[in-house]
Design a protein around this ligand. Structure first.
Ligand code: ROI
Length: 161
């Protein structure tokens, strides 16, 4: 059994409903158990051009799926929620990223874990910290230090509806 952390983001078509539907879908994955998810955060879009604000959060999943089977399953959920892969960095109805897969780093043409940009992104680190305050990253650094370094600019906690 491996504990995986999944980054969740949406900025199209009712983002809060998209991320909540993603949680339902994650809870139904085979050979897996959804342990918890973070609160939802609003965040200013990072990346080129003007985009609507995002809703972001992180889910914790215990899974027996391999990292690549998990990636396939996450992409199937994205597609079932209407994701069209158009431009890199573009707006999206649902983005599911494998942030961490246990303590195993991996890198191939489809998948790089830990997610290469997570350490720069408050919208990843703060929800992850809310979920796993004592987490140590595969490089031995402490999540709480990484999250403090990244700060909270452009990020706000959404009210629990
Ligand atoms: N910006 C924010 N705030 N949240 C995201 O989930 C997100 N995802 C992306 C890009 C376009 C980089 N910007 C983002 O893929």
């Amino acid at each position: 059994m491996t504990t995986a952390y999944i980054g969740i983001g949406s900025n199209l078509d009712q983002p809060l409903q998209q991320v909540q539907a993603a949680i339902t879908a994650l809870s139904q994955l085979p050979q897996s158990r959804l342990v918890a998810h973070s609160p939802w955060y609003g965040s200013t879009a990072i990346g080129p051009g003007q985009q609507a604000d995002y809703v972001n959060g992180v889910a914790e999943l215990d899974t027996r799926l391999s990292a690549h089977d998990l990636l396939d399953a996450l992409q199937a959920i994205e597609q079932s929620q209407g994701r069209v892969r158009s431009e890199r960095w573009g707006a999206r109805t649902l983005d599911l990223d494998i942030l961490l897969y246990g303590q195993q780093p991996m890198a191939d043409t489809r998948l790089v874990v830990p997610h290469p940009r997570m350490l720069e992104r408050p919208f990843v680190l703060q929800p992850l910290l809310a979920l796993a305050p004592a987490l140590v990253l595969p490089d031995g650094s402490y999540l709480r230090d990484r999250a403090a370094a990244a700060g909270t600019e452009g990020l706000w906690l959404l009210e629990h509806a």
